[in-house]
Design a protein around this ligand. Structure first.
Ligand SMILES: [Zn+2]
Length: 273
């Protein structure tokens, strides 16, 4: 058997110079907010619409689609010694929960100049914390819930106040009391620890590799330091009600590069409470 296999490999080697495993990805059914992980692209150049993808030494790659991504996407692959391959992907369009509230008094909480300066600085720090492109395996090893509890906010939902659409909600909110521990949903490196951001209060960003990050918002206590590696399930912080919130909860967000993806699509259903 072993000899036969060697013979086959040898013969295959004579026919084509590079034998690549088939390019494939999961999940096959893709929707807006989806993070997709693939393999079999060793040595290939991949492109998803206008984005050049990163292919690691093992031939694995990641891409993702934001909240309002168009219904079609084009994945192309240039692999050594092969004709160009292309796949048209259908991106299922989601319906998000939209809440219209009219007749509200005009907002009294408009940030002043100093606060705007602070907000800009914090946005820049978060962007820097999401700029790594490490080819680590962490992202391929699955995700767990960072905390369990009642889901009080979902990805993509939006409020329209007095006819003005507000920024959509990009995280999943898990309502638990202040002090409830939250753990790393997948292994990674801590790239941002901030005790008090204007909007998000106590904030942590974990880089899972390949441009994928998790952000935890509104934390009351942070147990990790920037640059520290955490394993899946390791304690990261405690839930809180810091920043602009009405009550204690964990807001868990995920990014692939600039696309905000839906964490809920990566974990099993929330266990019954
Ligand atoms: Zn939230």
């Amino acid at each position: 058997m072993r000899n036969l296999k060697s013979l086959f490999v040898l013969m295959a080697g004579l026919v084509v110079t590079h034998v690549n495993a088939e390019i494939q990805w999961q999940p096959k059914e893709i929707q807006q907010g989806q993070l997709v992980r693939g393999s079999g692209a060793k040595g290939c150049q991949l492109r998803m619409d206008s984005e050049e993808l990163q292919v690691d030494e093992a031939g694995r790659f990641v891409f993702g689609f934001g909240r309002d991504y168009q219904p079609k996407a084009l994945l192309t692959a240039h692999c050594p010694g092969q004709a160009m391959q292309a796949w048209e992907l259908d991106i299922a369009q989601r319906e998000y929960r939209i809440q219209r509230i009219d007749g509200l008094p005009p907002s009294k909480v408009t940030p002043n100049q100093d606060q705007l300066k602070r907000i800009r600085k914090e946005v820049a720090a978060a962007k820097t914390a999401r700029a790594r492109r490490d080819e680590r395996e962490d992202i391929f090893e699955g995700f767990v819930w960072p905390a369990t509890g009642p889901i009080s906010g979902v990805y993509g939902s939006q409020r329209i106040l007095n006819g003005n659409p507000r920024r959509p909600h990009f995280g999943i909110d898990i309502a638990r009391p202040t002090g409830t521990p939250t753990v790393a949903p997948a292994a990674g490196v801590i790239t941002l620890v901030h005790e008090d951001m204007y909007f998000s209060g106590g904030t942590v960003i974990i880089d899972h590799g390949h441009g994928v990050t998790s952000s935890f918002l509104h934390l009351s206590k942070i147990h990790v330091k920037e640059g520290q590696r955490v394993e899946q399930g390791e304690l990261v912080a405690d839930i809180g009600a810091t920043g602009r919130v009405t009550g204690p909860h964990l807001d868990w967000r995920m990014n692939w590069r600039g696309e905000r993806v839906d964490p809920e699509l990566l974990v099993p259903p929330m266990p019954a409470q």
